[in-house]
Design a protein around this ligand. Structure first.
Ligand SMILES: [Zn+2]
Length: 470
């Protein structure tokens, strides 16, 4: 049931926010690596472990001798004393701006000392954004610019980015933890209030957060190798059956933070409003893998991610010629995590989701539906995320059967299987994965074969399903 799915996702979004704000973090960005460390509070000062901070940046060792703590970084000696702000680094005095701490042999220094302390060791400048607790070593930086376009907002970055994305009614949040970017400039953005009402960005707890409010559900998509994020209204799709069922359905379980989803009150998410009946169904195509994740290496110069994207583009064309709306989760060599794929798919209110894989193992086509985990009773709401598919599973199986039927009619051997294949478990609507395999690579990469399979999948998706929208 769609209402319940949305409530579960809301709970997940709030739970994630709660755990991340409980712990203070410092993020470090350097030309070779990005990492994040826990910050320790002591007498109104913030501290970080110096050994952990230096470890990814060079060769470091430390030893405790009574109240003294001796550190060696790339053959440079430093000495710190418990309870003292004065330290010795490479034979010279250094003021830590606050007392040095030792906790179980771990040497801790105040964050306020880092901009002067680190250049002593590294020989390079560092920049510290103290409000957001983010440290940039040696001028490393990614620049992102936001611009409004008639359909929403576009963010262009100078390097690929991969933010965590969460959505809730009327709001989309992106959190950049691994990317060395500053808060995105949002002053001067021309917001018309029709799609976007507010865009804000700030550095906070080792990350950059971008919050976007809109009058319609928003969807983020990636292009240009992950350098461009486009935020646009999610296609509003609702089947007539679903509207009818929602208007009589019992309310979804309430959560402390989420407004109750009441079928008669105005508190419903905008895309659940009765009357939002679409004339065409939306299909989400997810070309598996991409970016850093090449998938299976099918041949020395052929990766699975390329085959899945080619097949996805054939499928898009086949669906569009049948008058169906299509959303590609990636239309370029972009990295997307399984959670991002699930989040984007769930926020789009699609009628079906198809993930595409390719393999050099076996022959023919495999159509997968989710195999849901059991025995996770103690994991609270995370069990719900892991089995978000449960209410849509019968619809998914109907869809898988329709696809298998159409593929078989092309004299291609096909098997329908259940597998614990992510992100199928996490999707709240009909979801299948299709894997093309061929012992003969020429067949797997043949445009004619890919198009033939894509057309069969499209015909299967176009079949009316009695369970759709349940
Ligand atoms: Zn794969």
């Amino acid at each position: 049931m769609a209402t319940r799915g949305i409530a579960l996702l809301l709970m997940l979004a709030f739970a994630t926010a709660a755990t991340s704000s409980d712990e203070k973090r410092l993020s470090i960005y350097s030309p070779n690596t990005n990492y994040s460390l826990t910050v320790v509070d002591n007498e109104n000062r913030e501290y970080v472990g110096l050994l952990e901070l230096l470890e990814p940046l060079g060769k470091v060792s430390a030893r405790q001798e009574g109240r003294r703590w001796k550190l060696n970084f790339n053959n440079q000696e430093a000495e710190f004393t418990l309870g003292q702000a004065k330290a010795r680094i490479r034979g010279a005095d250094f003021d830590l701006t606050g007392n040095f701490l030792l906790q179980n042999g771990r040497g801790l220094v105040p964050l306020t000392a880092l901009t002067t302390l680190l250049p002593r060791f590294l020989g390079n400048p560092v920049e510290f954004h103290s409000t957001g607790r983010r440290l940039f070593v040696n001028g490393v930086f990614t620049e992102c610019r936001a611009a409004t376009v008639p359909t929403g907002l576009v963010v262009h970055c100078s390097a690929p980015v991969n933010p965590a994305i969460s959505t809730e009614p009327g709001r989309l949040r992106m959190v950049f933890t691994r990317e060395p970017l500053a808060a995105i400039e949002t002053r001067g953005l021309q917001l018309d209030g029709k799609v976007l009402s507010q865009v804000s960005s700030q550095e906070s707890n080792g990350a950059v957060e971008v919050n976007i409010s809109g009058s319609v559900p928003l969807l983020a998509s990636f292009s240009d190798g992950g350098r461009t994020i486009t935020l646009a209204p999610a296609p509003q799709v609702e089947s007539a059956t679903e509207s009818a069922q929602n208007s009589t359905a019992s309310p979804a379980p309430n959560t402390p933070d989420a407004a109750p989803v009441n079928p008669t009150a105005g508190a419903r998410p905008p895309w659940l409003e009765p009357g939002a009946v679409a004339t065409q169904a939306l299909v989400i195509i997810d070309a598996a893998h991409g970016g850093d994740d090449s998938g299976t290496v099918l041949a020395p110069k052929l990766n699975e991610k390329e085959v899945t994207l080619a097949l996805a583009r054939y499928l898009r064309r086949e669906l569009q010629t049948r008058g169906m709306a299509v959303l590609m989760l990636r239309d370029a060599d972009a990295s997307l995590s399984q959670d991002q794929r699930a989040g984007l798919a769930n926020s789009s209110r699609a009628a079906a989701y198809v993930c595409l894989h390719a393999s050099a193992d076996g022959n023919g086509v495999r159509v997968y539906t989710a195999l849901l985990p059991t025995g996770h009773e103690d994991k609270g709401i995370f069990k719900a995320w892991a089995s978000a598919q449960s209410s849509a599973l019968s619809d998914s199986r109907e869809l898988a059967a329709a696809l298998a039927d159409e593929i078989r009619s092309q004299n291609i051997s096909v098997r329908a299987l259940a597998a614990p294949l992510r992100p199928l478990n996490n999707l709240t609507h009909a979801a299948v994965a299709v894997e093309l395999s061929a012992l003969n690579l020429a067949q797997l990469t043949s445009p004619k074969y890919q198009q033939q399979v894509a057309a069969a999948i499209a015909r299967g998706l176009a079949r009316p399903r009695p369970g759709a929208g349940r």
